[in-house]
Design a binder for this molecule. Sequence first.
Ligand SMILES: [Zn+2]
Length: 75
Amino acid sequence: MPECWLFVRCGQCERSSEYPLKLMAKRHSPKRKLSEVLAKLVCANCGGRPAKIALKENHLRDGKGKPEGWVVYLS
Ligand SMILES: [Zn+2]
């Protein structure tokens, strides 16, 4: 699996978070499918379900600068 970032935006409080996919793989069983992990994702702030999920090639630090690389929206 390439090194990329999981972008999640909450549907309730609209908080966005980005996680390295490596970390997600460590946190969950390696046998678990990405779709199963995504199905269980909830907002760290309010516990709401994500409204938007995307895979990004690069992390956008501090929300500044131009995002580089590809972005794939999963929802
Ligand atoms: Zn939230």
